[in-house]
Ligand binder design. Structure first.
Ligand code: PLP
Length: 384
């Protein structure tokens, strides 16, 4: 099997596998006996590693069940945490690029909490958030705002203009939640220097286990816990800690911290894209003109659809993603490509190949050979 879908899940890396094995036999981190202390030590070592990956202090990191929970917890936590403060939140600004975990939670808040309005920050053709439009949104309307933006888009790999967004947010006295899930291990994350108030991460995007993530909250930022209970994670997220998942998260964070493998992954991706353009000169590579992380390629070959391409590639043992979203049996164009102004007919062909720690030169050749086979069959069918 040739796995080129690391942005969906990056398979467990060997370092994380070792951490998993060593965490299987430990006790409950709240217990004071030796087995509990071993669990506590694994958790705190992971917290240090995740904090260091994010440019944050360990005391600001709370482990969660993943980034979906971290995004929900940040949004609900900020809204509820600001209820008893003078500056209540009245406006939520969520970019048109966001993952459904951010968008759906923001919609739920706007529907259920009186006095909060939700607006979408538009996206430019190049796949970056429209910073000027954000500035105007922040200026219009009254009351304190929370801005939610991702650092790197999961579909296109486009890196967002974080410095400019941070400046606009800061000038407006707003709060800023950064979904850094796809930035981790691909670009340097600096929670403190970026000036973010909340930041979210996920273990399985960097080779840890799915079901483990982190929410980082700045000291003094409004926050009320979404899950209360036994006071774990400094009362920011109750529940007996998932030591196994957290241990894999820490090991994966240590492995990717130096960004050591990114140049190699970029070389694979760049060769792949050079070959795409050589073999199919009409290919559209989305976000190519923008700064992108080195592992992601999202493209469409006109006249083909991802709905037929992905299963055909799968038959050849190639795992890649369709750029389109599928729900209730209907294939819709990706909301990200639509926000970038890509026409539906072209977006229907969008495929995402994402390289990672396990990717090899031979994977590029196999993916190209399978694509070549698929496209020539598709063209022959159209001509017939
Ligand atoms: N945010 C982004 C940008 C993602 O790509 C994902 C995963 O697809 C998530 C959030 C959700 O992460 P998790 O799978 O840990 O809930």
């Amino acid at each position: 099997m040739i796995y080129l879908d690391h942005n969906a899940t990056s398979p467990l890396r060997p370092e994380a596998g070792q951490a998993l094995a060593s965490a299987l036999s430990v006790g409950n981190a709240s217990s004071v006996h030796a087995s509990g202390r071993s669990a506590r030590r694994l958790i705190e070592e992971s917290r240090d590693a995740v904090a260091s990956l994010a440019g944050a202090e360990a005391t600001n990191v709370a482990f969660t069940s993943g980034a979906t929970e971290a995004n929900a917890s940040a949004l609900w936590g900020a809204v509820h945490g600001a209820l008893d403060q003078e500056a209540r939140l009245t406006r939520l600004f969520v970019s048109g690029l966001e993952h459904p975990s951010m968008r759906a939670t923001a919609e739920a808040i706007a529907a259920r909490v009186a006095g909060i309005r939700l607006a979408t920050i538009p996206v430019l053709h190049d796949g970056q958030i429209d910073v000027e439009a954000l500035r105007v949104l922040l200026r219009e309307g009254k009351g304190r705002a929370l801005v939610a933006t991702m650092a790197v888009n999961n579909e296109t790999g486009v890196v967002q203009p974080l410095e400019a967004i941070g400046k606009r947010v800061n000038d407006a006295g707003a709060l800023w939640l950064v979904d850094a899930v796809q930035a981790a291990g691909k670009i340097a994350i600096d929670f403190a220097a970026w000036g973010a108030d909340y930041l979210t991460l996920s273990a399985h995007k960097i080779g840890g286990l799915a079901g483990s993530g982190a929410l980082i909250v700045k000291d003094g930022a409004p926050f009320a816990p979404m899950i209360a209970g036994g006071g774990q994670e400094r009362a920011r997220r109750a529940g007996t800690e998932n030591v196994v998942g957290i241990a894999t998260f820490g090991a994966a964070a240590r492995a990717v911290a130096g960004l050591g493998d990114i140049a190699r992954q970029s070389a694979l991706r760049d060769r792949f894209e050079r070959e795409l353009s050589r073999r199919w000169p009409g290919v559209a590579i989305f976000g190519k003109a923008s700064p992108r992380i080195g592992n992601t390629s999202n493209f469409a070959i006109p006249g083909t659809t991802a709905e037929t391409a992905i299963p055909a590639l799968d038959l050849d043992g190639i795992c890649a993603s369709s750029g389109a979203a599928c729900s209730s049996g209907k294939v819709r164009a990706s909301h990200v490509l639509t926000a970038m102004g890509v026409a539906d007919a072209l977006a229907a062909g969008a495929m995402r190949f994402s390289f990672g720690w396990s990717s090899q030169e031979s994977d590029v050749d196999a993916a190209l050979a399978s694509l070549e086979k698929f496209v020539s069959r598709a063209i022959a069918r159209t001509a017939a």
